[in-house]
Design a protein around this ligand. Structure first.
Ligand code: NAD
Length: 423
């Protein structure tokens, strides 16, 4: 069946992208290996919070969105967008295996006139050095001549209701001018603003710069939080005050560590690539080190709070972790620092439970847990790890014996009180 756009990978990136194109009047097919997901999509059921089932159902009924496990459906689409996972290996090196094997499948179905765009986050050079030869070899066609090839980073922020795939500017870089033009024309039909750059490498590095910028600035404020603890200064008060400056300052908040699919992972794609040039990306490494130390620092904080406020040791204490998703008001657990902190608290002999209105259960890094009722009085200490907005923090402070607030969710005054210890 003829379609305007095929999207390979129907996840956090692929599904909102499909909705955006479909709402702009395009016909879209999502190609995914997960047969259960495909069946769900074809029933109009969304598993991504940013796409409501109501909206998806309408688009499926109108024939504007369909899903399939069959790569052959790529043949009849005008454009093929790749939104597949690009994780790190256990040795923290780029793992492009999923994307490359999918590219081989795409190559077999490539025909003259096709536009292929990679959306997955990756190191500069991936599109030209990895995708291009695979596509050319598998199809016998020439990139930039017989088919168009470009990179365009996805910038979706799951759970952000202010900015959507449609309203966030799309950066596009093709392997030659006609590829950039073809990709820009496609995105312009559905996305408010398109920003072309001179090459796929520039577009690939743009995405990494954005995520490295966040990682480094979060690390800066996390380091400051550790210093503030020693100096007995309220880091939240300082950040809030600095944010009153109308220029030259951008507010980043401290916390128990980095989470999510992008910021803890993507910077290391560049670190890896830089080594090929004998270059060491020290800002990235240092930021990683500081951010990865935060769960350990937070464990000490919980221990200190129990000692001072309750004359108890961490070992043997009952602790409730409040919020385990990696950020507020979503269910995404990927790389959540809560998992690390729970492991550390349990390792120190505490008995840990968690409550999260968005995450009924999880199984991560060998930790399998189920959310319990929010009964703060039952625990020696409640640790606020993720500040979901549906939680009544006044009630929490009233009922809990002790709260360690790693997100400034309680809005408590002063750094420590008998009841509330803040990061
Ligand atoms: N999640 C985000 O917020 C975000 C934001 C910007 C960029 N990105 C980047 O976008 C890319 C995709 O991330 P995501 O979060 O959408 O991933 P995801 O895990 O949510 O979705 C990936 C989908 O691909 C499917 N899949 C796996 N192998 C496949 C194959 N061989 N063929 C077809 N489908 C296959 C999976 O079943 C899944 O549905 C990554 O590179 C990521 O770094 C993610």
């Amino acid at each position: 069946m003829k379609r305007d756009v095929a999207i390979v990978g129907a996840g956090y990136v692929g599904l909102p992208l499909a909705k955006t194109f479909a709402e702009a009047g395009k016909t879209v097919v999502l190609v995914d290996v997960d047969a259960e997901r495909v069946a769900q999509l074809n029933r109009g059921e969304s598993y991504i919070e940013d796409v409501s089932s109501e909206a998806l159902e309408r688009l499926v009924e109108e024939g504007r969105v369909a899903a399939t496990t069959d790569y052959d459906e790529l043949r009849d689409a005008d454009a093929i967008l790749i939104a597949l996972p690009t994780p790190l290996s256990r040795q923290r090196e780029p793992d492009l295996a999923i994307m490359l094997s999918a590219t081989e499948e795409i190559a077999k179905r490539l025909r003259p006139g096709h536009l292929v765009v990679l959306e997955s986050t990756t190191y500069p050079g991936t599109t030209r050095e990895k995708l291009l030869p695979l596509l050319e070899r598998g199809s016998g066609l020439t990139a930039g001549q017989d088919f168009h090839l470009a990179f365009s980073p996805e910038r979706v922020d799951p759970g952000n209701s202010q900015w959507s795939t449609k309203s966030v500017t799309k950066v596009v870089g093709g392997v030659n001018e006609t590829s950039t033009e073809a990709a820009s024309a496609l995105y312009s039909a559905a996305i408010d603003n398109v920003h072309p750059v001179s090459s796929p490498e520039a577009a690939e590095l743009t995405k990494l710069l954005e995520n490295i910028f966040r990682s480094v600035n979060i690390a800066l404020v996390n380091e400051l939080a550790q210093l503030c603890d020693r100096m007995d200064i309220d880091v939240w008060e300082v950040v809030e005050a600095a944010a009153t400056k109308p220029f030259g300052f951008m507010s980043f908040k401290p916390g128990p560590g980095l989470g999510g699919h992008c910021i803890p992972i993507d910077p290391f794609y560049l670190t890896w690539k830089a080594r090929e040039y004998g270059f060491y990306t020290e800002f990235i490494e240092l930021a990683g080190k500081v951010n990865e130390s935060m769960p350990y620092f937070c464990r000490s904080l919980v221990s200190q709070a129990l000692n001072h406020a309750r004359q108890r040791s961490l070992s043997g204490s009952r602790i409730l972790v409040l919020g385990v998703a990696y950020k507020p008001d979503i269910s995404d657990m990927r790389e959540s620092p809560a998992v690390k902190l729970i492991g550390l608290l349990e390792g120190a002999g505490a008995s840990v439970s968690y409550h999260d209105p968005y995450v009924p259960e999880f199984s991560e890094n060998g930790i399998v847990m189920r959310s319990v009722a929010l009964e703060p009085a039952e625990y020696d200490c409640v640790v606020v790890v993720t500040d979901h907005s549906s939680v009544d923090y006044d009630r929490l402070v009233e009922e809990a014996q002790l709260v360690v607030d790693l997100r400034n969710a309680t809005g408590a005054n002063g750094k420590h009180s008998d009841k509330v210890w803040r990061l």
